[in-house]
Ligand binder design. Structure first.
Ligand SMILES: [Zn+2]
Length: 180
């Protein structure tokens, strides 16, 4: 699993960079000029790769995030999922997410319509999803124990950060050291 995280981080990082670049180019009205340097086939492959890459990283990212939360949708905690990230990375990921929303609002309220507006919207959202996926992979790569299912001595499932079992109250100390 950990071995897979490295190529996933690479794809997510590259996707984030390319989406950010595309977004910047659409806002500075340079997108068309830069794209005209590539032939149509290459343009199609780049956009296919960006859309495909988004699914390729977002599906495992969601599965990992759910796994860290023990499949508990009601108590879903981003704090838990991103526990292995340094603070700046968490803030950066949420800032990019906020930017994607602003980016989108600016597009829908703008009178311009056209292909370039679509690319602007897609690249903004792409940035957010690639950045979130990257942070999720990085977090579980740095803190692999958040990926494991932990049990108290009586066998109840507990969250990785629980010091005492919420069900029976037994200390969970030994479950934190499994495998490592
Ligand atoms: Zn217990």
């Amino acid at each position: 699993m950990n071995i897979l995280l490295i190529p996933l981080m690479f794809v997510a990082g590259l996707g984030l960079l390319l989406c950010a670049l595309a977004n910047l180019l659409t806002w500075s009205n340079q997108f068309g000029a830069v794209m005209s340097l590539f032939n149509e086939e290459l343009q199609t492959s780049i956009s296919m790769a960006l859309v495909g890459g988004l699914f390729a990283v977002w599906i495992p990212a969601v599965l990992i995030a759910q796994h860290i939360n023990n499949g508990n949708r009601l108590n879903f905690s981003w704090k838990k999922v991103l526990a292995g990230c340094p603070d700046w990375m968490r803030y950066a990921a949420f800032t990019i997410f906020g930017y994607a929303i602003v980016n989108f609002l600016l597009i829908v309220t703008s009178p311009d319509i056209g292909n370039e507006q679509g690319i602007k919207a897609f690249s903004g959202h792409g940035m957010a999803f690639y950045a979130m996926a990257f942070s999720i992979f990085y977090s579980s790569w740095r803190l692999p124990r958040i990926l494991r299912t932990h049990y108290c001595p009586a066998g109840h499932e507990v969250a990785y950060e629980d010091k005492f079992c919420p069900t029976c109250g037994l200390p969970t100390a030994q479950s934190g050291q499994d495998g490592l």
